[in-house]
Write a protein that binds this ligand. Structure first.
Ligand SMILES: [Zn+2]
Length: 557
């Protein structure tokens, strides 16, 4: 039930583009040579047609560092006025860059605060003859990870005008949601993709299921399983941070006290999910509309306002719940721009919405919870949506198909696109198995119907939700690139492979451990494959050789 908005402003993430200019250009041809003694830069009077050099800042013993606010020469021709030099360190105080004015004045750059706050950013470039200064780039303060933006320098007024202070930079949030980006599909997520350190999606849980474990117990186990799976290479890096910290916004108890299921929640098999998005249903969730007291926010409004980011439904499996994961995801193009009005509506089969009432402006993630099953069934079900994310996100199509053994026809020239397309699966009786591995990198498929094949480049992927690296589990040995995916650390620039299943191997050991912690629906494998997916701070390469993006933020694009 908790709803904790965390506003964590990092002290030095505000890049203050302060730059105070003063004075004006004067004399002829002399250089300014002011000195900052107690934190104020000198004023250098430049000359017409000459190069004016701003004040040379000095280090302040304490307090405010040298402000190299030298004033460039007033330029009336093609010469250049140079602003104050970089401020030197302000011990214990703040330091700020100077301001360049005059012809084309270059602003001084900010120094580094030895202790305490450091004014991020190079100073604004001063206005030259009325042209606007350009914004500086903020540098992070000592000991802080944020990125601040420098201020925007304003135009000088006339010759030797005043270079005004820039506006302070925007806060450099490294988490989502945040006050700048509360909701799914906010372009902030795309724009800050590579600097997001943690995501804390909030979940609305609808409990319609009288049977099974207590809903709070179930959801906590699920949150723990997702968290563990989001630790990139957590199986080999004990310090790997959790990237997905789900939070329960609210659990809405919709159980009928007498009947197994409430009468207002009709059975499926294809439950009309659109019912949940009506204003008639909104009061059941109990989020009063602050703009219209007495009325309630609809499901779309909850998503669009960023109050919730995911909907979990605990109901009768396959009858009243959405099936596994059935979301509606904003589609993007290859440049990660939104394709207007285009949504992926089949993340794992398609939800039933005959009246098109699931029509929010942002991505809506909907996930089945089964209170009678273990947390592995949740990560399994949600995993199918990971496999299918390529439909909405071309980046995933390009970079995750090899991982999931998707697109194999094109990549390898074999007759099957996915492992799902061949008749080999976990749990298949030994006598019925049509797949074998004559060598760890060769998959032999002897089809009963359809085409048999010998796939000799097996092992450069990891697996999929239904297929472990060796398809069958223990007793079969195959190559796999889960632990080295994208690292290009093997022969010929390919990914190194390891073997599965091999008693005592990292994969076997950790999968068994995870299975005991997050059991059911092959939960050990679900956790292992998730930790193998390129996540936060991964050193992998994308197909085009650039650093691989963290795949997790795409969930909320
Ligand atoms: Zn499945």
């Amino acid at each position: 039930m908790s709803h904790v908005i965390r506003r964590r402003f990092l002290a030095a993430t505000l890049g203050v583009g302060l730059a105070s200019g003063c004075g004006d250009g004067g004399g002829a041809g002399s250089n300014g040579d002011g000195f900052a003694v107690t934190g104020t830069g000198g004023v250098g009077a430049g000359g017409v047609g000459a190069t004016g050099v701003g004040g040379s800042p000095q280090s302040a013993a304490s307090g405010v560092g040298g402000d190299g606010s030298g004033i460039g020469g007033a330029s009336t021709s093609s010469t250049t006025g140079t602003g104050g030099g970089p401020a030197v360190s302000g011990a214990g105080g703040t330091s700020q860059g100077g301001t360049g004015d005059g012809g084309v004045g270059a602003g001084g750059s900010a120094g580094t605060g030895a202790v305490g706050a450091s004014a991020g950013g190079t100073g604004a470039t001063g206005g030259g003859d009325g042209s606007g200064g350009s914004a500086g780039t903020g540098s992070a303060g000592t000991g802080n990870g944020g990125t601040g933006n420098g201020g925007t320098g304003n135009a000088g007024t006339g010759n030797a005008g005043t270079g005004n202070a820039g506006t302070g930079g925007s806060g450099g949030y490294d988490y989502w949601p945040n006050p700048d980006a509360p909701a799914n599909s906010d372009l902030w997520i795309r724009d800050h993709h590579d600097s997001i350190r943690v995501m804390r999606p909030r979940v609305l849980v609808l409990d319609v299921q009288r049977v099974g474990q207590p809903i709070a117990t179930v959801t906590q186990r699920i949150i723990d399983a997702i968290a563990e799976g989001s630790r990139y290479h957590g199986y080999s890096n004990a310090g790997a941070p959790v990237f997905l910290e789900y939070e329960i916004e609210k659990i809405v108890d919709l159980r009928d006290p007498t009947a197994q299921y409430p009468s207002f929640w009709p059975p499926g098999p294809n439950f009309d999910v659109g019912e949940l998005f009506t204003s008639a249903f909104a009061p059941r969730y109990g989020f009063e509309n602050p703009d219209q007291p007495g009325s309630y926010l609809t499901m779309c409004q909850l998503f669009e306002r960023g109050i919730v980011h995911e909907l979990w439904i605990a109901a009768e499996a396959g009858v009243r719940a959405v099936y596994e994961n059935q979301s509606r995801m904003q589609r993007y193009d290859a440049n990660l721009n939104k394709i207007s009005g285009s949504f992926q509506e089949c993340t794992n089969g398609c939800f039933n919405d005959p009246q098109n009432r699931v029509n929010c402006s942002v991505s809506v993630r909907m996930q089945e919870v089964n209170k009678g099953r273990g947390p592995g069934c949740f990560t399994h079900a949600a995993g199918h949506a990971l496999e299918n994310m390529w439909d909405a996100i071309p980046y995933i199509r390009t970079n995750a198909h090899r991982f999931f053994y998707n697109g194999m026809q094109q990549r390898y020239g074999i007759p099957y696109n996915r492992l799902y397309d061949i008749d080999c699966f976990l749990g298949q009786a030994v006598g019925d198995r049509k797949c074998s591995f004559p060598s760890p990198t060769t998959l032999q498929y002897n089809a009963t119907t359809g085409q048999s094949m010998t796939f000799t480049e097996f092992g450069q992927g990891c697996g999929d939700i239904h297929h472990k690296p060796n398809i069958y589990g223990s007793g079969v040995t195959s190559a796999q690139a889960c632990e080295h995916y994208g690292l290009r650390d093997g022969a010929n620039g390919r990914d190194q492979t390891t073997l599965y299943s091999q008693a005592g191997s990292l994969a076997d050991t950790k999968m068994a451990e995870y299975e005991s912690r997050f059991p059911d629906c092959d939960g050990g494998w679900q956790t292992y494959i998730r930790q193998s997916m390129p996540g936060y701070d991964n050193p992998a390469f994308a197909e085009d050789g650039t650093p691989m993006k963290n795949w997790w933020p795409f969930l909320f694009y």
